[in-house]
Write a protein that binds this ligand. Structure first.
Ligand SMILES: Cc1cc2nc3c(=O)[nH]c(=O)nc-3n(C[C@H](O)[C@H](O)[C@H](O)COP(=O)(O)OP(=O)(O)OC[C@H]3O[C@@H](n4cnc5c(N)ncnc54)[C@H](O)[C@@H]3O)c2cc1C
Length: 515
């Protein structure tokens, strides 16, 4: 397979040594691989499936401006009673506000702005003027840039959100707050760009490569067993001075390869979203509120469409087969009907859906994990495992700052073997590939030959994004599979089987099919 693609042959990695081995090619693994390569480290980055096929490709994709974290759930007194919680939230809001502006500067063509409204009712946990103060705090955190364009209007105002007309409890409505959040369009592309930018800086990157064993040698370096998980095309053993276990929801399993008795670091919480079409007056407009369980519910723009979600259910099932189930879709439709009864959506209005598992930080007394703060870094030295670092609940919002923090921590443990490369600051001024892509043979061939795409979801969703647009056609799938077959030497039977497998994938993972 690797004859005409740049995907490394697994056997050729055997016995190679690296400064840092990164397990997990999601947004955090790929961005950190790039940061460490730039800092002069020799890096191996592997993912047991495709890059960004874990939580990164199943995310809610929102880049929040930070205001949400200052909102109390019950009443403003909640913060007076628990100042620690208030200061923690203030820290999260500050980091988010800074990251929001940094990501807007670094990746403008990977974002889509979303005008987002939040209704303030007489029975809400906060009043309008309190949100005004919160917005000033966020603006001061973002060093006055304040790209989130906060405003608050009365319900009857002409510039109020069109969602006002379909809200429940309109009589109780006091004002509408609105601001601009961003949607990552689509996060897989950011991760894949970063993986291959890391490769251009000397990192060895390989997808469908599972870490199956880990043994610490005398002196503290790691011996890591790798297995090709796509077609069982061989095994290999490599060495690394330090391991970054960035395996998201799977991180406990990876830790179990070393020490099966460790307490769980990550709690899996499943989230489901669906995509729907609303009347034209809602185009580009979003709204957020709380469902009857007091959890967030949002209806946000998705190109000409909208997406609704998420759910939050503790997940004990198969991490390798997370899917949008009908019960979750029903729950979302019911909660949306409660929040926005005027929309009158039904199951037939669901165009597509997806599901993912969040790797939330485990904590006693929190059955669904501890949701704040984000991006908690664990130095496994505190559990007696030297030279291993892990991360829980590393959200998209914080991926640049998380990669910087991980790089700084690695520097305290290990000097790089090479000199740092130019342009230290990751994400800023990086070359970008595929900012606007048409479906054509050349784009598909590039993904297969240079970006390790080896299946149809890898091309049509993760690398080119068409699957997410909601209008995948059979013609697109046939063109992609023809190129795959040509480069990878597949016969006609295999090509047909791939199309059939892709249709099953769409039905199972997205509740949709080919047009
Ligand atoms: C439903 C949902 C909604 C979300 N909404 C938002 C949002 O609105 N905004 C936001 O910022 N964040 C959001 N998040 C969070 C965010 O998407 C994730 O926290 C983030 O993508 C995690 O990235 P990661 O790189 O840490 O993990 P992942 O993307 O899960 O990557 C981990 C990788 O490790 C690989 N792996 C596992 N085991 C092995 C092994 N043995 N060998 C090799 N590789 C291995 C997996 O294949 C996987 O690709 C949401 C997440 C979900 C699921």
């Amino acid at each position: 397979m690797s004859i005409t693609t740049t995907r490394p042959v697994l056997a050729q990695l055997d016995s190679q040594s690296f400064d840092v081995a990164i397990i997990g090619g999601g947004i955090n693994g790929t961005t950190t691989a790039l940061a460490l390569s730039k800092a002069g480290y020799s890096v191996l980055l592997v993912d047991k499936a495709d890059f960004a096929s874990g939580a990164t490709g199943r995310s809610g994709r929102t880049l929040h401006c930070g205001l949400q974290y200052l909102a109390p759930q019950k009443s403003a007194w909640q913060f007076a009673a628990n100042p620690r919680e208030f200061f923690m939230r203030l820290g999260v809001a500050r980091q988010t506000a800074v990251d929001y502006e940094d990501i807007c500067d670094a990746l403008p063509d990977r974002l889509r702005p979303m005008e987002t409204a939040v209704p303030v009712f007489s029975h809400s946990a906060f009043s309008g003027w309190q949100v005004d103060i919160g917005s000033r705090i966020i603006k001061s955190f973002s060093r006055g840039r304040g790209g989130f364009r906060y405003r608050r209007v009365k319900p009857g105002s002409e510039s109020a959100s069109p969602f006002v007309d379909v809200l429940r409890d309109r009589g109780e409505l006091r004002s509408i707050v609105s601001f601009v959040d961003q949607r990552f369009h689509w996060p897989e592309r950011i991760a894949i760009d970063n993986a291959f930018l890391a490769e251009t800086r000397g990192a060895v990157v390989r997808n469908f490569t599972q870490v199956t064993s880990m043994r610490q040698r005398q002196g503290g370096a790691w011996e890591i067993g790798l297995n090709d998980s796509f077609e069982d095309a061989g095994t290999s053993t490599v060495r690394a001075r330090l391991v970054l276990n960035l395996a998201g929801a799977w991180l406990d399993r990876v830790l179990g390869l070393v020490e099966p008795t460790l307490p769980s670091l990550a709690t899996s919480v499943k989230g489901v979203y669906f995509v729907t079409r609303l009347p034209d007056k809602f185009r580009g407009q979003g709204i957020g509120g709380l469902n009857r369980r007091g959890e967030a519910i949002t209806c946000l723009p998705w190109g000409d469409l909208h997406y609704v979600g998420p759910t939050q259910t503790r997940y004990e099932g198969d991490l390798d087969h997370v899917r949008p189930d009908e019960e979750s879709i029903r729950f979302l439709l019911e909660e949306l009907a409660h929040f926005l009864p005027g929309l009158e959506l039904a199951r037939k209005d669901v165009i597509m859906a997806w599901a993912g598992v969040r790797p939330i930080t485990s904590a006693p007394g929190h059955p669904k994990g501890k949701w704040l703060p984000y991006s908690v870094i664990h130095d496994l030295g505190s559990y007696g495992i030297a030279n291993m670092i892990s991360l829980t609940w590393g959200v998209l919002i914080n991926h640049l700052s998380t990669a910087r923090r991980l790089t700084e921590l690695v520097k305290t443990k290990l000097p790089p073997t090479d000199r740092p490369q130019a342009e230290q600051q990751i994400g800023l001024g990086m070359p970008r590939t595929h900012s606007s892509i048409r479906i054509d043979e050349a784009a598909i061939r590039y993904c297969v030959e240079h970006e390790q795409a080896i299946d149809l979801p890898g091309i049509l969703f993760r690398r080119l994004g068409f699957g997410w647009e909601g209008h995948l056609t059979r013609q697109m799938a046939e063109l992609a599979v023809d190129v795959l077959g040509d480069v990878l030497g597949w016969d006609e039977r295999r090509v047909k089987a791939e199309i059939a497998g892709f249709e099953d994938y769409l039905a199972d993972q997205h509740l949709t099919g080919l047009n």
